[in-house]
Design a protein around this ligand. Structure first.
Ligand code: MRU
Length: 350
């Protein structure tokens, strides 16, 4: 029987780690083994592996791979530490918006520095730390699933954008975690997935993982969401996040802001689901969140078909910022919180 969740990432027995190449879904399920820093950076940059928490996990594993590549076994901690620092620089530059990437790299660097100071083999310590980041993410997804369960009653239809499911995390996802948990508890639940132009994470990935798990999913083009919300049969919107600023402003896949506006206009609750690794209290508000801009080719053609004349300019921001005022609540691994409660719940002293 197909397991509920796809295996999105795993250590490879022969060295390195394995990812499911998400650029090929839903047509092909192909796994790639990444055994070098360059391969890991390429996989993150091209979205073979994607979604804020999974980017963090892949980068953490990438740092461990880089340490192994530089001979990080028993000897030479100074040289390996230098390689780890360089790897953190390379991986940190791959995608600027998801704060989980920087969060994971800071943890890996701290781990390497502690191991070097105490004369321990760095590569082994880094592999253990990357595994811990992955395990913790899986547990946080489970807690988000429990926290969000009341918003997914029997018979609910949930609208989501992009992919914030198993394919985006080390576990059962963030936005989709309450859906999986409700389904497991026997509730009849269905999802409407925005297609999510330009790279179709909603129609290619969300619809793939949900239908594979036996959860009914309806795909709509992004421009259909407002009309659907107006009809009144959406219980709630749940989306993921790439970074939540201290005031609750939330960066997520481009199109999320418009969806939040439409939900507000039709009195549909709009929830952001995220683990603590996505909450960035050092960034005061959404204006300070760096927004990744990607290449024009992603907009100029659509599944191989030219969709704009070459003479036209193209703008391709990968994310937008939804102001905190449009977010009903945040479904986190520490429970459901309002924007005003984020700093207290997730601050250093909390
Ligand atoms: O560009 P992507 O596919 O990495 O963007 C992903 C998203 O915007 C997700 O909604 C976000 O990372 C949350 S994943 C749990």
């Amino acid at each position: 029987m197909t397991p509920l969740l796809p295996e999105q990432i795993a250590w490879a027995p022969g060295g390195g780690f394995r990812i499911l190449d998400q650029t090929l879904l839903p047509l092909e399920e192909r796994y790639l083994v990444l055994t070098s820093l360059a391969q890991v950076a390429e996989a993150i940059q091209t979205l073979r592996v994607r979604g804020a928490p999974l980017i963090g996990i892949a980068a953490a594993m990438g740092v461990a791979v880089a340490a192994e590549e530089s001979g990080g076994g028993e000897g030479e901690p100074v040289g390996v530490l230098q390689a780890v620092r360089e790897a953190c620089g390379v991986l940190g530059a791959t995608r600027p918006t998801a704060v989980n990437l920087r969060w994971a790299l800071d943890r890996m660097l701290g781990c390497a520095e502690r191991a070097a100071a105490s004369g321990k083999p760095l590569a082994r310590a880094l592999r253990t730390e990357a595994t811990a980041i992955w395990d913790e993410d899986r547990a946080m997804c489970d807690r988000i699933g429990e926290a969000g369960l009341p918003f997914v009653p029997d018979g609910a239809t949930v609208l989501t954008h992009c992919n914030a499911g198993a394919l985006a995390t080390g576990g059962r996802g963030t936005a989709l975690a309450p859906v999986y948990t409700a389904h497991e508890r026997g509730r009849r639940v269905q999802v409407v997935a925005d297609e999510t132009r330009p790279l179709l994470q909603g129609s290619r990935l969300t619809a793939w993982e949900l239908t594979r798990a036996g959860i009914p999913c309806t795909v709509i083009a992004d421009n259909m969401a407002a009309s659907l919300l107006r009809r009144g049969d959406i219980a709630c919107v749940i989306v993921g996040a790439d970074r939540i600023a201290a005031n609750g402003d939330t960066a997520n896949k481009i199109g999320t802001y418009g969806l939040a506006l439409a939900a507000k206009a039709h009195n549909v609750p709009f929830y952001v689901a995220a683990p603590r690794s996505t909450i960035d209290l050092a960034t005061p508000a959404g204006d300070a969140i760096p927004i990744e801009e990607r290449g024009v080719a992603e907009v100029q053609s659509f599944r191989g078909v030219v969709s704009a004349p070459r003479a036209a300019k193209v703008w391709n921001p990968a994310f937008d910022v939804t102001p905190a005022g449009l977010v009903t609540a945040y479904i986190t691994d520490a429970g459901v919180v309002r924007a005003s409660e984020l700093a207290g719940r997730f601050g250093a002293a909390a």
